[in-house]
Design a protein around this ligand. Structure first.
Ligand code: ATP
Ligand code: MG
Length: 472
């Protein structure tokens, strides 16, 4: 799923308007790179510790050598300026800006951000299933709080999707990735935007047709996020009359998966995913909606859709595993061979491999446990990828990368050797690297089907016995 073209920069007045809140220029201040948190279009996002015992921060490293036009640097400066603009005083549901640094000699631009230690909301969404309705409401309310805050500052995000909504271990949602954000309101005066941008399945009809307003754009995308949380599926590929699913939505056809959504939640979706920008829900109408205010009692099990196909167990390591760490031992398994040094940009220190891999495991639903020895597993994975026209490459030291060149999607696979009660198992963890998240999830499901016979049927029990909580 390709991104729509970038809006380069129409808000130059923002750049340099706000002074740095914290200097990160100190060359002598040692920074320890702990791991790669994710990949972006122009570089990696690294987890860094300042000094030996300093705070953990996320650093978005943009490699200027990858820039193709002078607009690219403007875009990143704008992203930093908008993050900074929103961080004073800041909001619990918006990723906090810490600082920025440009190194002309090394040709990198670094953006220092609050580290969200619970991963992406995207990782909590089980493909074809979603997440529990009460949990979806919990995240949705935080998303609306964060959005209302940024709109209060005249900012529209324009790329709201589960991959850009980060979580802390205590389940606080943080809106992140302001790479496409822009100012649409200044001194109470609103401007209309014309540059299509965002991610197609989350983009409103007006964004697609290049004439849109700030607030209804993010409300629309938040509606698609709610749909994905409640169903585990995208609503449609594109909000356009040529897309049959979208026209079914406009006709209010009650087909899969909409016929399984709670009626009040569906009503809210109709209001948020309303074709007319002027009639679309506002933050006020969302907040007063029945579903937004619905109370889920303890005794009333909230509805969760049941997966129809592929019933192999998946699991996520929920937070708070520290107490039982000793029961399971895990070792990252090296990629098949060591071919080339890892591309570390400005921050030149080595990764800290002494860190317990368990400490790096966020709750994620795209992983499984296999019984086979590593060579067999690697061979089967390779064959499955070939059958699915996917390319596999090693990413030393411990990862494999899977490329879908047709869909423009990349995923990273990490394999961990686990010893549970003396028994050896492999935990295989799939993470979206670039491209559309839901495409990655579909690919994950297909790969899981191909490797069906290798997946432990008792993985869930094994992990519970080993002290790892299972995701709901
Ligand atoms: P894309 O084009 O894929 O959206 P991007 O260049 O816009 O990428 P981000 O979305 O900001 O970059 O970051 C890429 C990934 O890095 C995120 O999806 C997330 O997994 C991880 N990441 C980014 N910032 C943080 C953070 N502050 N804390 C934890 N993880 C982060
Ligand atoms: Mg992103």
């Amino acid at each position: 799923m390709s991104k729509l073209p970038f809006h380069s920069s129409t808000c130059g007045f923002l750049i340099g308007r706000f002074p740095d809140q914290m200097s990160v220029r100190d060359e002598n201040n040692e920074q320890q790179i702990l791991r790669v948190l994710g990949e972006g279009a122009f570089g990696e996002v690294l987890l860094v510790r300042k000094g030996d015992k300093g705070p953990l921060v996320a650093v978005k490293v943009m490699d200027m050598k990858r820039f193709t036009s002078s607009d690219d640097i403007k875009t990143f400066k704008k992203e930093a300026a908008i993050q900074q603009h929103l961080s004073n005083p800041g909001h619990a549901n918006v990723l906090r800006y810490i600082g920025k640094r440009v190194d002309e000699a090394k040709k990198v631009f670094e953006l220092y951000l609050e580290y969200a230690d619970g991963g992406e909301l995207f990782d909590r969404i089980e493909p074809d299933v979603g997440i529990r309705e009460n949990k979806a409401q919990f995240y949705f309310r935080q998303l609306i709080n964060g959005l209302e805050f940024i709109h209060g500052y005249g900012v529209t995000h324009r790329d709201i999707k589960p991959e850009n909504l980060f979580l802390t271990k205590t389940d606080v949602l943080k809106i992140g990735d302001f790479g496409l954000a822009t100012i649409y309101k200044n001194n109470g005066k609103e401007r209309e935007m014309t540059m299509p941008c965002g991610t197609m399945p989350y983009a409103s009809p007006q964004v697609i047709s290049s004439k849109y307003k700030g607030l209804p754009t993010d409300v629309w995308s938040a509606g698609v996020v709610l749909h994905v949380m409640l169903t585990g599926e995208l609503a449609w590929e594109k909000a356009h009359w040529q897309c049959p699913r979208y026209t079914s939505w406009l006709e209010r056809a009650l087909i899969e998966p909409w016929n399984n959504i709670d009626s009040s939640a569906l009503d809210l979706l109709y209001e948020m995913l309303c074709e007319s920008e002027d009639q679309r829900a506002t933050f006020e109408t969302i907040r007063s909606h029945k579903w937004y205010n619905k109370e889920f009692g303890d005794d009333e099990p909230s509805k969760k859709r049941v997966r129809i196909t592929g019933s192999q167990p998946t699991f996520g390591t929920e937070n708070g595993f520290g107490a039982s760490e000793t029961k399971i031992q895990m070792q990252p398994v090296p990629a098949m061979a060591f071919s080339q040094p890892h591309n570390i940009l400005l921050l030149t220190q080595e990764y800290d491999h002494s860190i317990n891999p368990l400490a790096n495991m966020n709750s994620r639903l795209t992983r499984f446990c296999v019984d086979a020895d590593y060579a067999t597993f690697a061979e089967r994975l390779q064959t499955a990828c070939e059958e699915m026209s996917l390319e596999v490459k090693e990413k030393p030291p411990h990862q494999l990368m899977i490329f879908d060149h047709v869909q423009g999607m990349t995923m990273a696979v990490s394999v961990f050797e686990m010893f549970v009660g003396g028994q050896k198992r492999f935990l295989v963890d799939f993470r979206r690297s670039t491209g559309c998240g839901m495409t990655m999830k579909r690919t994950f499901l297909d790969l899981r089907r191909h490797l069906f016979d290798l997946i432990c049927s008792d993985a869930t029990t094994t992990l519970e016995v080993g002290g790892l909580k299972i995701c709901e």
